[in-house]
Ligand binder design. Sequence first.
Ligand code: UDP
Ligand code: MG
Length: 311
Amino acid sequence: MLSVVIPSYNEAGLVLPAAQTIGTILAEAHIEYELLFVDDGSRDGTWAEIQAAHRENAAVRGLRFSRNFGKEAAIFAGLRYARGACCAVIDCDLQHPPEKLPEMVRLWEQGYAVVNGVKADRGTESAAYGLAARCFNALMSRAARIDMRRSSDFKLLDRQVVDALLDLPERKTFFRALVGWAGYRSIDVPFEVRDRSVGQSHFSTLSLIRYALSNLTAYSCAPMQIITALGGLFLVLAVVLGIQTLVRWASGTAADGFTTVILLLLLIGSILMIGLGIIGYYIAQIFLEIKARPRYLVAETCGAGGERHGS
Ligand code: UDP
Ligand code: MG
């Protein structure tokens, strides 16, 4: 059976069409399936719509978070509740084309453990957004040592991979990077990103910057290495400038005036502050991980059965 995990946050009006479209496509391809909607603490009629979809089609199941925990949490909750031998993750707004699912399942049957949906184009994004996304993905690809440039959350995973991901103890998850990290036999399936039919993206520019920063620091120590490298560079400069100053002092032509001193103090002060900030950021991450709070809280479920695994 294929479990399709569908994170949904304030998607009233999109849940029923999504359930119908995906259900029809899979039924026509003779694929046994369940649709697992994860209501990520929506404040509109999303949960009522998931329940309606469940009444209409018993293969639809749902869980509702106690509040908004974010898409990552919703994906992992869905994977934990999924019962299929393989699990797909797809957006509720159908920007990921469900017509690709039968093809992905066929590839899985051929023995691929991970089928990655990769963006053939990046849809209608602004140039600035595209550039920022490319920069982040390039940095992340180097940090996590996987190619993330065209990656998306549209994936199909074998049960073995799902179980491996669910066994990870970390709280801060980044689904795309973790699937790449896990490895296994994988293949890419290109898809065209569609436009959103109703509503707009839930991610503001600020939330994307925060998301990028926290993911980068969760997967890489590169920012600290950059600061260390900068420190090394300044040491070299310090030695050169120190020797020059001493020579000029000895020859009685020492530079006068405070300008140099002020500039150096400001420069070194700000680099030290940035360095401290970066270290502080990592300590905050350790702090958040060590508290080991659950990634999400489930308030309600609909459709028979609970978690396949312990929590
Ligand atoms: N989503 C979620 N929790 C959130 C934000 C988004 O579960 O806090 C879901 C949303 O319902 C959708 C998917 O994540 O199914 C992608 O969100 P969206 O379409 O807003 O983002 P974009 O397409 O811009 O990446
Ligand atoms: Mg979308």
